[in-house]
Design a protein around this ligand. Structure first.
Ligand code: CUA
Length: 404
């Protein structure tokens, strides 16, 4: 016995045309409701900062319209069934037995199958479109490390700032500028400009991380031992949050940038995406001043050490406090006044030796109250967490000046 028989039995005579009107009204209500859900919900989404975000949101809205309509259909049928088929007072009998309905089963299999095929084709097109790399682009290397992001920018003979000629450069700087590996500078923030496709080439120095910029709708895992990449084209100038979306340890939350207001100016700390109005502004306000620092490194080791730490080349700022560099991390020991305290931390070690050990072998001595969480920076070139000897001595020279 099919379900239709039971339904028809309940209908009063002459109700056939009335129920068709109701069904049409219900279908229209469900379609309209789905469109309304699709239209309203994106107001909850973050800013659309990239060309990709428009495509991703359009796909999301399309799925919301379908999902919203199905939601309304299911809830509508449920409410109708509760109201129309409830037991009459005093009716203690079982409901009629129902053994399937081939038409109904075909309908609820074929319609979802069609929807899934359409969604597959549509999302595959969006995926292909947002993963395609245009031939000319701006690429930046992204390094994920517990617990900071570092962005490395290439300097090539072609991208030398206009007012700098190769003749002005120091021999070692010139040699690395002309080498295959090239010259790079590091910065804690990702800078680019409106309308230019950026390719991010990503690697991790330790565990897996996930690079996420919600406003650009891009998210990409960084996998140990493997390079990954992602591209996006910003369409709106501004400053955007960068987040780590893979639980990577005690400082996972610190991989997102923070900001503070200093004398009325907003000071960005840690990872942020800065999208400049155009290429000229990017070059003038970011690239050229930063390239200048790398092309003319300070001779004074203290200055060099400070520059290295401020550039985010090493991920120290998210874990330690150091007022001179606006660091406010709380995972590792406070580094204010470390120049004074280093000498008396471990018996028999000078301040230099103590700092050297703390960087090359941080687990050997732990400041009371802190766990063994720090990255061990080794002296093997090409290995992860490589810190060359000259960087180490410059950083130590700088830390020793921190006596406040
Ligand atoms: Cu890196 Cu979480």
């Amino acid at each position: 016995m099919g379900v239709n028989v039971n339904l028809n039995n309940r209908q009063p005579s002459g109700g056939q045309s009335l129920s068709i009107v109701w069904i049409i009204a219900g279908v229209l209500g469900i379609i309209f409701g789905g469109l309304l859900i699709g239209a309203l919900t994106p107001a909850l989404l973050p800013v659309q900062g990239s060309a990709e975000s428009q495509q991703v949101d359009a796909l999301f809205r399309f799925m919301l319209v379908i999902g919203g309509a199905i939601f309304l259909l299911v809830i509508g049928v449920l409410i109708y069934a509760v109201a129309a088929f409830r037991a009459k007072p005093g009716d203690r009998a079982d409901g009629p037995p129902i053994h399937g309905n081939t038409t109904l089963e075909l309908v609820w299999t074929i319609i979802p199958a069609i929807i899934v095929v359409i969604l597959t084709i549509y999302s595959y097109q969006v995926w292909i479109s947002i993963r395609t790399i245009q031939p000319l682009n701006h690429d930046v290397e992204v390094v994920g490390q517990r617990f900071a992001w570092t962005f490395n920018y290439d300097i090539t003979p072609e991208t030398l700032p206009a007012d700098i000629s190769a003749a002005q450069l120091d021999e070692t700087v010139l040699a690395s500028l002309n080498s295959d590996e090239g010259l790079q500078f590091s910065h804690p923030q990702l800078h680019t400009w409106v309308g230019e496709q950026v390719e991010l080439k990503m690697r991790t120095e330790d565990v897996n991380h996930a690079f996420w910029i919600p406003d650009m709708r891009i998210k990409q895992d960084l996998l140990s031992g493997r390079e990954t990449s992602i591209t996006f084209t910003p369409i709106k100038a501004g400053v955007y949050r960068i987040v780590c979306a893979e639980l990577c340890g005690a400082g996972h939350g610190n991989m997102a940038g923070t900001s503070a207001e200093i004398d009325g100016e907003v000071d960005l700390r840690g990872a942020w995406l800065v999208v400049h109005e155009d290429e000229q502004t990017y070059l003038r306000e970011f690239y050229e001043p930063e390239a200048q620092k790398a092309l003319f490194p300070p001779e004074d080791p203290v200055e060099r050490g400070r520059q290295l730490l401020a550039s985010g080349s090493y991920p120290c700022g998210t874990c330690h406090i150091l007022t001179d560099l606006n660091w406010n991390g709380n995972i590792g020991p406070n580094l204010n006044n470390i120049g004074t305290r280093a000498a008396s931390r471990v018996g028999g070690q000078t301040a230099e030796q103590y700092l050297q050990n703390s960087i090359r072998n941080p687990g050997a001595y732990l400041v009371p109250g802190f766990g063994n969480l720090m990255t061990q920076f080794n002296d093997e070139s090409g290995e992860p967490n490589y810190m060359p000897e000259e960087d180490l001595s410059a950083i130590i020279a700088y830390l020793l000046t921190q006596t406040q």
